[in-house]
Design a protein around this ligand. Sequence first.
Ligand code: DX5
Ligand code: ZN
Length: 211
Amino acid sequence: MVKAILAPSILLYDNCDLVGGVRIIESSGAQWIHVDVMDGHFVDNISFGPKLVADLRRCTDLFLDVHLMLTHPHQYLTRFIEAGADGITIHQEASCNVEDQLRLIRERGCLCGLAIKPETALNFELLKFVDIALIMGVQPGFGGQTFMPEACDKVLRLREFRDKNILQYKISVDGGIRENVGRNLIAAGADIIVTGSAFFSSPQDFCFCLN
Ligand code: DX5
Ligand code: ZN
């Protein structure tokens, strides 16, 4: 029985060998690939664009889980959708009408996600419009950071709110997740585990998500 969806992030993987990274993800049994998109403004780093999503689309059938760390995600949504993203997550802190953009992502046939930074309080009103609620376990921008345990409380609250209001969103946690943290998050109610550096240093450690 699958306990959680495993979504390895390719952010820190050697950019000259991303196909190699994708093959490692596929052979681990993971179902999703997490693609971190950064604009150098919303976060202090720059990473991938729609071209990479289009290239990944041609080289794998895995679900492409695109995490937009952008100040103006609405300017780029169409490009990521047309590139072949399966899910697109935008940030609650973005400068746009978040509710409208979530709706647009869904209308275009993708799962829509809403992410929050560690210091941001959840906007529960928005949860009725989302397929994925993504809790950051680190400050967005860089892989390889240490998990902030407060994220676990947010997972518990998201699960409680979902049960009480009969909603369907999946709870995703992203950043700093090693094996023991991942196990605790699943016990707290996480449905999706996003992991980068810990996964690539030992993919077999994440088997616990899958059975
Ligand atoms: C951070 C990204 C994460 C992260 C995952 O801004 O959203 O996806 O890099 O990598 P690790 O597991 O190394 O924190
Ligand atoms: Zn991410």
